[in-house]
Design a protein around this ligand. Structure first.
Ligand code: ADP
Ligand code: ZN
Length: 736
């Protein structure tokens, strides 16, 4: 018998369930040009599918079935080898097929337009049909005046292409096919650049030198740049970035939210002109163009949110993750990766330094410093001479007694706002809850109006005259009568930012207020517009959700107020204390950037909660010591590796059944060293018309969690059924 002939074969990763790797023959004509990382379109079961070449090898010809050929390539889209290595690592760690991981990280327009050169754009029409469902209207509300790429709309409105196509059939929107070359300019989002060339302070110099030493040695090291708000972390990043660029390498600069970008983008670009802002508001054509420019080496700095980690830089020399504690680095859909954690892995693979910057680092990062895995670089002072604001804690139990009513604003805060206004200064007030009232309930029977799809109380939005579900966007009018007891006794309870803005306006006559929350910042550049107006002094006070706490620099802010500061502590989540601490410390850091230190007024019912006190009194060590000790005691990260499994589907019986059956397997496989909580109904047990059950697996370390998952896969894994979706979340952020 002779050996079967060897033929050149390519493994192609497709975005399909399971492993998603399919093998094709590489024809002699293609043999020299096809490479690992190339985007190709291959035949599969009578369809064409796009995927990426993940291996090319000479192998024996299979005997059972003939191999199909890889079709000739039409373009040059390719994932560089070093990025492919990161994709492999990520797909393995986060337990996602390689094809799905690639599909979730290489922007869709890059994969699609690469091959067709065309995109579909959804446009509004002048006259809409009258009969549209609430859901359809909600989708339309995401279409901006200039139109939006189909896939992007689906992502934004959390819907399917087929749903949008139906809207087009109903003539509620127009679908246009646009050649991508027409949209090849990248619109720059940005505020005016401020030329910034300060000489580094001694602290900044020490931080720069420490990282530069690793750069010079081409070595990997992870640094935590732990600097108070306003301590000048950006200057450290930019000085180092310039050195990296001088070596002919590029810089990845990640930040949590696009709202931060306009101010920062201008600062970065004023020093490094070849900077691309990689943001979610890119149109399809822009995204494809940004990819091309970055891959071609025409860009020195990629500045962007978590997905920018996967920008195809030819030779990354430094990775910066600013505000590394921010939870937006964790992706909550497949692939469920954590961009900070992956950035550290990537830096190791590339042998380049990684800088994680924060004024309020994640407990995981502090633990990594204490364990010697990260090196800490401290910036303890504000170079501008700004002083940290004075803490003022207001006990709202006493305040309500004194005011003889359920007060929302303390007299202390009102007085300070009025004084700031009189002195020509500004204020910021944080309440992490949007809308007019979070609850509409019946005064007779107490029943609150819940979303039919989510079993969550609906929020009253007065301006929009609508009750809204903050999970699925469902809307309805104000109910005349109680849905439960039919009495006409419905009223609002509680206060959101919309009402707070009205209360502040009433309490401080003449105060010009700008509200900043997801309702006022719905358009692509709304954020930048509001903040520009505020920095120009067109308003005296920002009132808003956590959006107001993010890294902005307003020198005239002398009062910061936090309303309901202890409310978030009540959430049944092991991260609630950490999140509360970070949010308050961050918003407190918005004051005292200029000459006046100002004050932070924190209103709470329990003013002794450590997370609050430590945050306003600038006692981080006390907080970190205590919080870490608690995590250790209860076995949560960083002292455990967590995996969360979620079962969801429209029928409760089937969800429960699958969860219970698979739960038995999980318990068996976990047995040697892991603890399993559940399966049981999730805290949010019904969302988007889906019933939800979950289980939490606590392993002693992340490595142990990976070994548990290996055993689970070997035992057959957790297959989805027709009626029940199964998702596995490694290092989950949400556990309720
Ligand atoms: P962070 O990101 O740490 O909160 P920033 O980088 O925004 O702080 O810097 C805060 C302010 O301090 C900015 O206005 C910046 O221009 C200024 N600044 C930073 N470094 C210096 C320096 N070495 N000398 C003078 N001003 C500086
Ligand atoms: Zn809902």
């Amino acid at each position: 018998m002779t050996d079967p002939a060897l033929v050149l074969q390519a493994d192609v990763a497709l975005d399909l369930p399971g492993r998603g790797i399919y093998t094709y023959r590489v024809t002699p004509e293609l043999a020299g040009s096809l490479a690992v990382g190339d985007c190709v379109e291959v035949p599969l079961k009578g369809q064409k599918r796009r995927g990426f070449v993940v291996a090319i090898e000479l192998r024996p010809e299979p005997v059972q079935f003939p191999l199909k050929d890889v079709p000739p390539r039409q373009d040059g889209i390719s994932v560089p080898a070093h990025l492919m290595a990161l994709m492999h690592w990520g797909a393995r760690y986060y337990r996602c097929g390689l094809g799905a991981f690639l599909a979730g990280t290489v922007p869709k327009p890059v994969r699609e337009t690469a091959l067709t050169g065309e995109i579909e754009v959804v446009q509004l029409v002048a006259e809409r049909p009258e009969k549209l469902s609430k859901r359809q209207q909600a989708i339309l509300s995401h279409v901006p005046a200039e139109g939006i790429e189909l896939g992007e709309l689906c992502d934004l409105a959390k819907t399917q292409q087929s749903t949008v196509r139906k809207l087009a059939q109903l003539k509620a929107v127009r679908l246009e096919t646009v050649a991508v070359e027409l949209r090849r300019d990248i619109r720059e989002v940005g505020m005016e650049a401020r030329g910034e060339h300060h000489a580094p302070t001694d602290e900044q110099r020490a931080a720069i030198d420490a990282v530069a030493a690793e750069l010079a040695a081409s070595k990997h090291a992870a640094f935590l740049l732990y600097g108070v708000t306003g301590s000048g972390k950006t200057l450290v990043y930019l000085e180092l970035a310039e050195r990296v660029i001088a070596q002919g390498r590029q810089v990845l600069y990640l930040l949590p939210e696009i709202g931060l970008t306009p101010q920062l983008a201008a600062r970065v670009r004023s020093r490094i002109p070849r900077t691309v802002v990689w943001h979610s508001a890119f149109s399809a054509g822009e995204r494809a163009e940004a990819w091309r420019r970055v891959a071609a080496g025409e860009v020195d700095v990629v500045l962007g949110t978590r997905s920018a980690l996967f920008a195809p830089l030819p030779k990354p020399g430094l990775i910066i993750v600013d505000e590394e504690h921010d939870q937006s680095y964790k992706q909550e859909s497949v692939p469920r990766y954590h961009a900070r954690d992956l950035a550290v892995v990537y830096g190791g693979q590339l042998s380049v330094p990684v800088i994680l910057g924060s004024a309020t680092p994640a407990l995981e990062s502090v633990a990594n410093v204490r364990a010697g895995r990260y090196r800490v670089l401290r910036l303890a002072n504000r170079p501008g001479g700004g002083k940290l604001p004075a803490p003022v804690l207001v006990d709202m139990r006493l305040e309500c007694k004194a005011q003889k009513k359920a007060a929302v604003l303390s007299r202390e805060l009102v007085d300070r706002l009025a004084a700031a206004k009189a002195a020509g200064n500004q204020g910021i007030i944080l309440l992490n809850r949007r809308g007019w009232s979070p609850i509409v309930a019946c005064a007779m029977c107490g029943a609150a109006v819940e979303c039919k799809s989510c079993a969550i109380a609906m929020t009253w939005h007065r301006g929009a005259a609508a009750l809204r579900c903050h999970y699925c966007d469902a809307t309805s009018g104000f109910p005349e009568r109680c849905p439960a007891c039919n009495e006409p006794a419905m009223s609002t309870r509680g206060v959101g930012t919309e009402q707070l803005a009205a209360l502040v306006a009433e309490a401080v006559p003449g105060l010009r207020i700008l509200r900043v929350d997801a309702d006022t910042v719905s358009t692509r550049q709304g954020h930048a517009k509001l903040f520009t107006a505020f920095s120009r002094g067109e308003a005296d006070c920002l009132v808003g959700t956590q959006m107001v706490a993010k890294g902005l620099d307003f020198p005239r802010v002398t009062v910061v107020g936090v309303i309901g500061a202890d409310r978030s502590l009540a959430q049944p989540d092991f991260r609630s204390a950490e999140r509360t601490y970070q949010l308050i410390a961050q918003v407190a850091g918005r004051a005292g950037r200029g000459e006046h230190p100002g004050a932070v007024v924190v209103q709470a019912y329990d003013i002794n909660a450590l997370a609050l006190r430590a945050a306003v009194e600038h006692r981080p060590k006390t907080f970190y010591d205590e919080a870490l000790a608690q995590r250790q005691e209860y076995g949560y990260p960083p002292y455990a590796g967590l995996v969360r499994v979620m079962w969801s589907g429209p029928e409760l019986v089937q969800v429960e059944q699958t969860a219970t059956t698979q739960g038995t397997l999980i318990h068996t496989v976990a047995a040697p060293n892991c603890q399993v909580l559940g399966p049981n109904p999730a805290g949010l047990a019904f969302l988007h018309d889906q019933h939800r059950w979950h289980a939490l697996i606590k392993a002693p370390t992340r490595g142990d969690a990976q070994r548990f998952l290996d055993r689970l896969e070997a035992a057959g894994g957790l297959p989805a059924t027709a009626a029940v979706r199964v998702t596995v979340d490694v290092d989950p952020y949400h556990t309720t």
